[in-house]
Design a protein around this ligand. Structure first.
Ligand code: HEM
Ligand code: HEM
Length: 156
């Protein structure tokens, strides 16, 4: 079952990118770029950096919601390959850190989304949990895509 899904997944990705690894590196980069949109629009929703993000509510909320959903969507094929095809590896510190942090990411996202819909929490909770999700995605990106672009190849 996983083998057949993996072969369809690989056929789809290699119809656009030169390899599944290049595809993962770019999809994770897309999610990372959207995470930057998330952190700045999240700060704007909380009344900060008005000059840097001059988009008023409710537009900024709508941008945050949809770019957040898209960021999560972009990570799904990447995580599928990581979890079901590569698995948890301890080759070196980079790969170990990547595997550990990767194992936490959807749990943290679930906590973040819980607080989005919960109204009974201190005001600092959402910026804190959102910031942790951002830091987690940044760590995953630096221990994978950044490494790939600087040590293997930079291209599609
Ligand atoms: C949303 C979560 C994740 C993202 C965005 C992500 C992203 C990536 C990317 C872009 C690569 C480089 C392409 C490649 O070598 O195939 C990679 C490699 C890898 N990932 Fe993930 N990953 C995630 C979760 C995980 C998880 C949960 C695990 C383990 C349980 C994991 C284990 C690995 C391993 C072992 C590699 C190969 C590293 C190497 O040998 O260079 N990843 N990941
Ligand atoms: C990479 C980090 C983040 C991701 C992936 C993310 C993702 C999301 C998603 C998907 C939603 C929509 C949930 C739904 O419609 O059910 C959402 C809503 C929200 N997030 Fe984030 N978020 C991040 C960071 C932050 C930060 C740092 C803050 C606060 C400073 C924040 C504050 C909010 C708020 C207030 C909403 C509700 C928006 C509204 O009023 O429509 N988020 N986030």
């Amino acid at each position: 079952m996983v083998a057949s899904v993996a072969s369809t997944y690989s056929d789809i990705l290699t119809s656009v990118f030169s390899s599944t690894i290049a595809a993962k590196a770019w999809l994770a980069t897309g999610a990372g770029a959207l995470a930057l949109v998330q952190i700045s629009t999240g700060a704007r929703i909380f009344g900060k950096i008005r000059h840097l993000v001059p988009i008023p509510p409710p537009y900024v909320n709508r941008i945050h919601r949809w770019s957040g959903r898209l960021a999560i969507l972009l990570t799904l094929p990447v995580a599928f390959h990581c979890i079901f095809i590569l698995g948890f590896k301890t080759t070196d510190m980079r790969v170990l850190a990547h595997s550990i942090v990767g194992s936490f990411v959807y749990g943290l996202i679930a906590v973040k989304l819980f607080f989005v819909h919960d109204n009974d929490h201190p005001r600092w909770t959402l910026p804190l949990v959102g910031g942790i999700v951002f830091a987690t995605l940044a760590t995953l990106w630096s221990t994978s895509s950044l490494w790939y672009f600087t040590n293997v190849r930079f291209g599609f």
